[in-house]
Design a protein around this ligand. Structure first.
Ligand SMILES: [Zn+2]
Ligand SMILES: [Zn+2]
Length: 167
């Protein structure tokens, strides 16, 4: 039998169960998730909708769809954020990992990392030249410009990680 993890809202009115595994998990710090949580954002696990089962309190769940963002489904009694994505009709569900009562067995990655911290940027620049020493100088003289990647690194615009989605 597949392993499951239970979840619930703060007041206990809504109870649900997720069949593992989650396909991935992210920390989303977008402005909508910050507003919705009143904090740093939301930590979300993605899983096919067919793996989420609301056991109790489905009638308590309200859905808000912010302009330009994914839905926020929450308990109308206590306000706990429970689901996102295209809840309740989409193919994939986004489950708030903070609402789970046990280990989701997935580790979140950061999403929407648009800028590297300055110190990291300096390290990246020091390591940046693709061509060593004279070859790099000759290359710059010949072409009159740095490679696109070198310029992106020097401007601190290189985005690390592959997650660019948000909730
Ligand atoms: Zn509740
Ligand atoms: Zn978000």
């Amino acid at each position: 039998m597949a392993e499951t993890v239970g979840g619930s809202c703060l007041c206990g009115g809504v109870r649900f169960e997720v069949t593992l595994p989650f396909t991935r998990a992210i920390h989303c710090h977008c402005s909508r998730c910050r507003k919705h949580s009143g904090a740093f954002g939301l930590t979300v696990g993605h899983v096919p909708m067919s793996q989420v089962h609301v056991l109790q309190g489905e009638e308590l769940i309200r859905v808000f769809e912010p302009p330009g963002g994914r839905v926020k489904a929450f308990c109308s009694v206590c306000g706990s954020s429970l689901f996102g994505g295209a809840w309740p009709d989409g193919e994939m569900a986004a489950v708030r990992l903070g609402a789970l009562d046990d280990d989701p067995q997935v580790r979140p990655i950061a999403a929407r990392v648009r800028r590297l911290p300055r110190t990291v940027g300096r390290v990246a620049r020091r390591r940046a030249p693709a061509l060593p020493g004279r070859a790099a100088a000759a290359h710059t003289r010949k072409t009159g410009r740095q490679s696109l990647r070198a310029r992106a690194v020097s401007r601190g615009r290189v985005v690390r990680g592959s997650a660019t989605t948000s909730e």
